[in-house]
Design a protein around this ligand. Structure first.
Ligand SMILES: *[C@@H]1O[C@H](CO)[C@@H](O)[C@H](O)[C@H]1NC(C)=O
Ligand SMILES: *[C@@H]1O[C@H](CO)[C@@H](O)[C@H](O)[C@H]1NC(C)=O
Ligand SMILES: *[C@@H]1O[C@H](CO)[C@@H](O)[C@H](O)[C@H]1NC(C)=O
Ligand SMILES: *[C@@H]1O[C@H](CO)[C@@H](O)[C@H](O)[C@H]1NC(C)=O
Length: 765
C-alpha cells in the first residue's frame, strides 16, 4: 500500500493520550469554560532539560523525614530502620556522610508479628520525628515495630546516645504506632509539640507537649476534644508568637449527617500553657479548634486536607497554605485545591463564639451564656480560675469557620491529588516579591506554580519517578535554590528552575517563571537572582508574560541581535514523490499555545491535521510551496516549523499502467485521507467516552449553581485520610447524572509525613 517516505525532525510526537485529550478539549468546548491552569511545560522522567540528582543507599527504603542544618550543608534523613547524614553542600551532589542503623530488636519484631502485623511491611522502625534538640544532639522517634521509641543522637559521632541493649525512651504520644498513620511534630524552645495517634488500635489521637522541663501536657481523650480518627498533617509556630497551630482532619460531630463527614481543622494551643491545677491537670487549658473552609461554587467542598505550609510575612504575621481534595470525588481522579488562610483570620475565629453540646448531649449549638473575663483559652491568660478551666473542658470548638483569602481556592486542578506543598517567596529582577508553590502529587508529579493576582500559573510539571508513586516529603533549601524530595526509593534534589531551557527572550518571558529573566547583553535566559546591577538589561514579565511589550525594551537598547523572537526555524526543503504521504511535525513547546498551519492554496483538501499537530500531506501536483506551523500564546505569535515542498515531478506509486492523474492516484489520495480521518475519529470516540463523565462534571462545575451534597449523595461510603481506601466501584451508582462514576480516591496513600525544616528564622521550627 501507500507508505510514502516520512520526513520528520528528530522530535517524537507527544504521547498519544495527551494529544488525544487535547483534541477532546476542542471537541467538548464546554469543558474549556472552566479554564483551569495547565502546566505550561511538562518534563517526563529523565528529561535532560530537568536533571535531578538522586541518592539512595543499599537496603534502605522509605526516606520519609528530612532535617536540614541551618547552613544547608547537611541533610539528615529518617528512613526505615535508618537515620542518615548526607552532605549536600554542593548542588548537584548528595554524599553519604554517616548512618545509623536503628531497627527494632528481634524480640520486638516477633511481638509485632504476633499482633498480626506484617513482618514484610510494618514491623520496622519507621522514623517519624527528627528534630535538632541543641548544638550537640538530635532527637529521633520511630514506630519501632508498633512500639514507638525515641532516642538522642550524638551529632559529632553520629551514634545513638542510648546504645543497643539499653532500652530506648518511650515514644508513646510523640510518635505513631502504625507507619500508615499521619503525624506531625515540632520542636519549640526545647519542647516537642506532637500530633499523633496515642495507641496501638489507632483510635486515640493526641496533641502533646513533652521534653523540656515543664509539665507534660496533652489533649483530654475522655472529653473528646479530638474525634477518634483525627489525622494530623502539619504544625507551626511563628517566632515571637505564643501559639502553636495544628492542621488536621477528623470526622465532624457538629453536623447532623447520616454518614461520616470529614472536616479540615486547625487547632491552637499556647506555648505558655502549663496545665490546670485541680481541673485539667496535665491537660491543655488553651486547646481550641475551628473548621477550615475550602470550596468553590458548583463543586463539592474540598474537605480532606493533605498538607499545609506556613509562609511568614515580614510583619511577623503569616499565611497558611493548605492542599485539599474532596470526600466526594467527582469524576475518575477527582480534583485538588490549594487554599490560603491569613493568620489574622484564624485568630479572629478563635476570638469569636464557642460551640457547645446541648444538655441532652445530642446537638451542637452556639454558646450564648455570659462572656467571661479574662477570656478562657486565650494565651495571655495567667493563672485561671477553676471556673474558667471547667468552661474550657466543654468549649473547645469554635462556631466560626476560617475562610480562605478572597473566599475561594487559589488553585483548583482536576485529575491530581496534591499530597505535599511548600511555598517559596522569591524576588523578580525589579525586587517584586513572588510566591512560588511547589505541589507534589500522589503519582510523583511536581507542579511549580506562581501565585498571581487572583490565581495561579503552573510554570512546569516534572515527572519525578519512572513509575508513579507518592511523594512523601518536600523540603526547600532556599539558599541553594534546591528542593529535596523524599520517597520510598531515595532522595531527589531538584533545582528550583533551569532557565537555560528557554532559548529566546519570548520563551523566557512567556514562561512567567519568577526565577528566570532574559539578560539582553548576553542574549540568554538566566537566573533572576543574578540581576544585581544594570537591572534594565534584565527582561521579565511574570504578571502578564507578554513578549511584545517586554522583549521590545531590550531591543531598543544597543543590542539589535538578541532581543529574541525565537529564531525562525531553518526551512526544511523536501522533494517528495508524487502520491507520497509526507508527515510534517510541529513540535509543541508549550501546552498553552495554539498551533496553526499555513499551507499553499493548492493543498486545501489534500492534507490532514493529526491531533499532535503533525500535518499529513499527500503529495499531488500543485501542492508545492511553503508549509508553516505557527504557535500563538498570550497574544504572541511565532513560527515553530517551516517546510518547503518541491515538486519532484516523479510519481512514487501507481506509475505502472496508471498514468499520473489517473483514477488510481485519486483513489489513493481519498483512501489515505479517509484512513487517517477514521483513525482519528476512532481514537476520539474512545477518549470522548472515557472522559465523558469528567467533562460533564466540569461543565456542571461551570454553569450550575452550588449544590451542597445532599443526603442522598452521602450514601457514598466515605473514608478518612487514614482509613482503608474504598473498594473500587464502591461509589454509588444510584446518584444523579453529575456525580455518576464517582470514584472515591481518598485515604490509602494519604500518608502525610512531616518535614521539619530546622530554620533559624524560625518559620516552622
Ligand atoms: C538545563 O537545560 C539545558 C538545555 O536544555 C541542559 O543542557 C542542561 O543540562 C539543563 N540543566 C539542568 C541542571 O537540568
Ligand atoms: C543488603 O541486603 C542483602 C540481603 O540481606 C545483603 O546480602 C547485602 O549485603 C546488603 N547490602 C548492604 C550494602 O548492606
Ligand atoms: C543537648 O541535649 C542532650 C540531651 O538532653 C544533653 O545531654 C546535652 O548536654 C545537651 N547539649 C548542650 C550543648 O546543651
Ligand atoms: C553596567 O552598565 C555599565 C554601563 O552601561 C557598564 O559599564 C558596567 O560594566 C555594567 N555592569 C555589569 C555588571 O554588567
Amino acid at each position: 500500500m501507500v507508505v510514502g517516505p516520512s520526513w520528520g525532525t528528530a522530535l517524537p510526537p507527544p504521547a498519544m493520550p495527551a494529544a488525544l485529550r487535547l483534541l477532546c478539549g476542542v471537541v467538548v468546548p464546554a469543558a474549556l469554560l472552566c479554564a483551569e491552569p495547565l502546566p505550561r511545560v511538562s518534563f517526563p522522567s529523565g528529561d535532560p532539560r530537568r536533571t535531578l540528582t538522586h541518592f539512595s543507599q543499599d537496603n534502605v527504603s522509605h526516606y520519609d523525614i528530612f532535617l536540614l542544618d541551618e547552613g544547608e550543608e547537611e541533610l539528615y534523613v529518617g528512613a526505615r530502620d535508618w537515620v542518615l547524614a548526607l552532605t549536600v553542600s554542593t548542588p548537584g551532589s548528595i554524599c553519604a556522610k554517616a548512618s545509623i542503623k536503628w531497627g527494632p530488636t528481634d524480640e520486638k519484631t516477633s511481638e509485632c508479628a504476633f499482633k498480626k502485623k506484617s513482618q514484610e511491611t510494618e514491623c520496622f522502625n519507621f522514623i517519624r520525628v527528627l528534630v535538632a534538640l541543641n548544638q550537640t544532639h538530635l532527637y529521633a522517634c520511630g514506630t519501632y515495630a508498633f512500639s514507638p521509641a525515641c532516642t538522642y543522637i550524638h551529632l559529632e559521632s553520629f551514634t545513638l546516645a542510648s546504645g543497643r541493649g539499653q532500652s530506648f525512651l518511650d515514644g508513646k504520644g510523640q510518635c505513631p504506632f502504625d507507619p500508615q498513620h499521619t503525624y506531625t511534630a515540632l520542636l519549640v524552645d526545647g519542647e516537642l509539640y506532637a500530633g499523633t495517634m496515642n495507641n496501638f488500635q489507632g483510635n486515640e489521637p493526641i496533641i502533646s507537649r513533652s521534653l523540656g522541663t515543664r509539665t507534660l501536657l496533652k489533649t483530654d481523650a475522655f472529653l473528646r476534644w479530638l474525634s477518634a480518627d483525627a489525622a494530623f498533617v502539619a504544625s507551626f509556630s511563628l517566632p515571637g508568637d505564643d501559639k502553636v497551630y495544628f492542621f488536621f482532619e477528623e470526622t465532624a460531630d457538629e453536623f447532623d449527617f447520616f454518614e461520616r463527614l470529614l472536616v479540615p481543622r486547625v487547632a491552637r494551643v499556647c506555648k505558655s500553657d502549663v496545665g490546670g491545677d485541680k481541673v485539667l491537670q496535665k491537660k491543655w487549658t488553651t486547646f481550641l479548634k475551628a473548621q477550615l473552609e475550602c470550596s468553590e461554587p458548583g463543586r463539592f467542598p474540598f474537605n480532606v486536607i493533605h498538607h499545609a505550609f506556613v509562609l511568614p510575612h515580614h510583619d511577623g504575621r503569616a499565611n497558611f497554605y493548605a492542599v485539599f481534595t474532596s470526600q466526594w470525588q467527582a469524576g475518575r481522579a477527582g480534583s485538588a485545591a490549594v487554599c490560603v488562610y491569613r493568620q489574622d483570620d484564624l485568630e479572629e475565629v478563635f476570638e469569636g463564639k464557642y460551640k457547645e453540646l446541648n444538655k441532652e448531649g445530642s446537638r451542637w449549638t452556639v454558646y450564648s451564656g455570659p462572656d467571661m473575663r479574662p477570656r478562657p483559652g486565650s494565651c495571655s491568660m495567667g493563672a485561671s480560675s477553676d471556673k474558667a478551666l471547667s468552661f474550657m473542658k466543654d468549649h473547645f470548638l469554635m462556631d466560626g469557620k476560617v475562610s480562605p483569602i478572597s473566599g475561594r481556592p487559589l488553585l483548583v486542578k482536576s485529575d491530581v491529588t496534591y499530597t505535599r506543598i511548600t511555598v517559596h517567596e522569591t524576588h523578580g529582577v525589579m525586587g517584586t516579591p513572588y510566591r512560588v508553590m511547589f505541589l507534589a502529587t500522589d503519582k510523583g508529579l511536581l507542579h511549580k506554580a506562581v501565585e498571581l493576582d487572583g490565581g495561579a500559573h503552573i510554570v512546569e510539571s516534572i515527572q519525578l519517578f519512572a513509575a508513579p508513586e507518592p511523594v512523601k516529603n518536600l523540603l526547600l533549601a532556599p539558599g541553594k535554590g534546591i528542593l529535596y524530595i523524599g520517597y520510598s526509593g531515595g532522595v531527589l534534589q531538584v533545582p528550583l528552575a533551569n532557565c537555560s531551557v528557554h532559548q529566546s527572550c519570548a520563551e523566557c518571558v512567556l514562561a512567567r517563571d519568577p526565577y528566570c529573566a532574559w539578560h539582553s547583553p548576553e542574549g540568554s535566559c538566566r537566573p533572576a537572582r543574578l540581576a544585581t546591577e544594570n537591572k534594565s538589561a534584565w527582561l521579565q514579565d511574570v504578571e502578564r508574560g507578554s513578549p511584545d511589550t517586554t522583549c521590545h525594551r531590550g531591543r531598543s537598547a544597543a543590542m539589535p541581535r538578541s532581543w529574541g523572537a525565537p529564531e525562525d526555524p531553518t526551512v526544511q526543503g523536501l522533494s517528495p514523490l508524487l502520491n507520497a504521504v509526507v508527515q510534517l511535525p510541529c513540535p509543541r513547546h508549550s501546552a498553552l499555545a495554539t498551533y496553526t498551519w499555513q499551507q499553499p492554496s493548492g493543498a486545501q483538501g489534500h492534507t490532514v491535521l493529526q491531533p499532535d499537530h503533525t500535518l499529513v500531506v499527500i503529495m499531488q501536483q500543485g501542492m508545492a510551496g511553503t508549509y508553516t506551523c505557527q504557535a500563538t500564546e498570550n497574544g504572541y505569535t511565532w513560527t515553530v516549523a517551516q517546510y518547503q515542498l518541491r515538486d519532484s515531478g516523479e510519481a512514487g506509486l501507481g506509475e505502472e499502467g496508471s498514468p499520473p492523474g489517473s483514477y488510481w492516484s485519486q483513489f489513493v489520495t481519498v483512501a489515505v485521507l479517509l484512513a487517517v480521518t477514521l483513525a482519528g475519529a476512532a481514537c476520539l470516540a474512545l477518549l470522548a467516552y472515557r472522559d465523558q463523565l469528567r467533562a460533564r462534571s466540569k461543565v456542571r462545575g461551570c454553569s450550575t449553581p452550588h449544590s451542597p451534597p445532599s443526603r442522598q449523595r452521602e450514601k457514598v461510603p466515605l473514608n478518612g485520610g487514614t482509613g482503608e481506601p474504598p473498594a473500587p466501584g464502591a461509589a454509588t451508582e444510584e446518584e444523579d447524572e453529575g456525580s455518576q462514576a464517582c470514584c472515591l480516591q481518598l485515604g490509602g496513600d494519604v500518608d502525610v509525613d512531616n518535614n521539619r525544616l530546622h530554620v533559624p528564622a524560625g518559620d516552622t521550627a
